[in-house]
Design a binder for this molecule. Structure first.
Ligand code: T5A
Length: 217
């Protein structure tokens, strides 16, 4: 079967800390998809939180700081799932049904890692919210870009001012990273990429992991 037929209807997710290079990696995946003769109009890109008009407005709420009122951890978690439901139902599922490949900049693992690991919310509670809101909907393949949080935040600072979450203490990101590492070790359909390497080496690793995954389909 031609590669582009195998890729139709698949959902690839890129996960990682801030500055890991997720946005940059999307450019590499775009190049790889062109090599597989995937038509441009059959590729859908998403980002979380966000990706629909309502979800983008909720993203603004999550990113902003309001004087005198703290966004509660559980409220933050629920907003993440509210945006995800909007995106999955309005964009991702219709695109997959239409034979697109969907490339997601973050998905469910970000909630387990940031709200579970970083904020310390019980992972069982997160799993229950995930089941209620999304059921068994999951990524087909996850590329986790692993980076030392200090380096990631240093890179993120280079592209502008840090937002509400990015200004948290480094141990928040250490805990977040640990959950990502545990998740990648528990899933056969996920791989870890060393995102601390040069862009050329990261691109090479992503190409080789995508080649392996494609061969397994
Ligand atoms: N969040 C999100 C939750 O808490 N729970 C959730 O459920 C979800 C979905 C989203 C925030 O929300 C949180 C996590 C986040 O705090 P965002 O803006 O979508 O925020 O995501 P960020 O991770 O903050 O996006 P960044 O732009 O910071 O990171 P990227 O996309 O990983 O990095 P990228 O590609 O923009 O690269 C950053 C810089 O590094 C350079 C790039 O040129 C760029 O300047 N770079 C490299 N430099 C050297 N070597 C390399 N290999 C490089 N790769 C990239």
């Amino acid at each position: 079967m031609p590669a582009n037929n195998k890729l139709a209807g698949k959902f690839i997710v890129i996960e990682g800390l801030e500055g890991a290079g997720k946005t940059t990696a999307i450019g590499y995946i775009k190049k790889w998809l062109a090599l597989q003769n995937m038509p441009i109009d059959k590729i859908t890109y998403t980002r979380e939180p966000g990706g629909t008009e309502l979800a983008e407005r909720m993203r603004d709420i999550v990113k902003m700081e309001i004087q005198g009122e703290t966004l509660q951890d559980k409220a933050e978690l629920l907003i993440m799932y509210a945006t995800r439901v909007q995106l999955v139902e309005h964009v991702i599922k219709p695109a997959l049904s239409d034979g697109h490949i969907v490339i997601g900049d973050r998905h469910n693992w970000s909630s387990l890692a940031y709200q579970g690991g970083g904020r310390g919310i019980n992972p069982q509670l997160i799993e229950e919210i995930k089941q209620v809101s999304l059921g068994d909907f999951n990524a087909d393949f996850t590329l986790y870009l692993d980076i030392d949080p200090e380096l990631g935040l240093h890179r993120a600072r280079g592209r502008g001012e840090l937002d509400r979450i990015e200004r948290l203490a480094i141990d928040f990101f250490e805990r977040t990273r640990q959950v990502f590492l545990t998740l990648v070790s528990q899933h056969n359909n996920a791989v870890k990429i060393d995102a601390g390497e040069t862009p050329e080496l990261v691109e090479k690793s992503i190409f080789s992991q995508l080649d392996n995954w494609l061969a397994s389909l």
